[in-house]
Ligand binder design. Structure first.
Ligand SMILES: *[C@@H]1O[C@H](CO)[C@@H](O)[C@H](O)[C@H]1NC(C)=O
Ligand SMILES: *[C@@H]1O[C@H](CO)[C@@H](O)[C@H](O)[C@H]1NC(C)=O
Ligand SMILES: *[C@@H]1O[C@H](CO)[C@@H](O)[C@H](O)[C@H]1NC(C)=O
Ligand SMILES: *[C@@H]1O[C@H](CO)[C@@H](O)[C@H](O)[C@H]1NC(C)=O
Length: 204
């Protein structure tokens, strides 16, 4: 049947996309087994919106994070960037499917544009965090607020992609392929804001 053919085609493209995003993981340093660092990540992630995703996404970098709030924050930003990039790869691959409807390719293109903006915002936030750690007093506070705003801007773009799919409930299959990843990135970004908010002032 044509329908099941399309589903299996979509699934194999999704599989290729996730396989390539795994092999591309360019963040931080190799996995370690530092028990106290893992504990530090667990306790820190406890303040976030989604502790489970927070721990899952950061614990591979425990040996590089150690117990440094600053390294925790930069790793969270780097992990967020890597997640945005793999979502962009996924959407690029889905756009290559033959026989997409006008609405389907429009949704994918719109989300792809949003993700470019999200990537830009998050990259900006990394510079603002760098500046923040070099400043004191009111300057520190200003860069702190700017960084949180930029990460929030990145998160907004992922909400918007989700929203656009919500307006098109008939796009069932594509939605099932795109939205879990988009929601995941939203949570990862939201966790990153929480970590910046709670730990930017901590020393170490
Ligand atoms: C984050 O990524 C940047 C650019 O690749 C790198 O210079 C930096 O060391 C990374 N930071 C952490 C904590 O992994
Ligand atoms: C890893 O950490 C666990 C404790 O969480 C410890 O039991 C285990 O021996 C460690 N493994 C290595 C290879 O260090
Ligand atoms: C997370 O917070 C809850 C409630 O404050 C607490 O009961 C729990 O022990 C904390 N978990 C960790 C790993 O810190
Ligand atoms: C969500 O992100 C985490 C951390 O990067 C990853 O392990 C998990 O597979 C992702 N889940 C989805 C549905 O994309």
């Amino acid at each position: 049947m044509a329908n099941s053919f399309i589903v299996s085609l979509l699934l194999s493209i999704l599989y290729i996309a996730s396989a390539s995003s795994q092999s591309a993981a360019p963040v931080g340093s190799p996995a370690g087994n530092t028990t106290s660092a893992q504990e530090f990540i667990k306790v820190s992630c406890n303040v976030t919106t989604d502790p489970t995703i927070c721990v899952d996404s950061l614990s591979p970098y425990a040996s590089s994070i150690q117990e440094s709030p600053r390294r925790l924050i930069f790793t969270a930003v780097n992990v967020s960037l890597a997640n945005i990039q793999s979502t962009m790869t996924l959407v690029d691959n889905l756009k290559k499917i033959k026989g997409l409807t006008f609405i389907e390719s429009g949704l994918l293109s719109s989300c792809a544009e949003m993700f470019v903006l999200g990537l830009r915002d998050l990259t900006t936030s990394r510079g603002q965090l760098d500046d923040m750690y070099k400043s004191k007093g009111p300057d520190f506070k200003q860069h702190f607020e700017e960084a949180k705003t930029s990460i929030g801007g990145a998160e907004y773009n992922f909400f918007f992609c989700n929203y656009e799919f919500d307006q098109r409930k008939e796009v069932v299959k594509l939605r099932a392929l795109v939205i879990p990843t988009v929601v995941n990135v939203s949570h990862i970004l939201s966790n990153t804001i929480d970590l910046v908010d709670k730990f930017a002032n901590a020393t170490g």
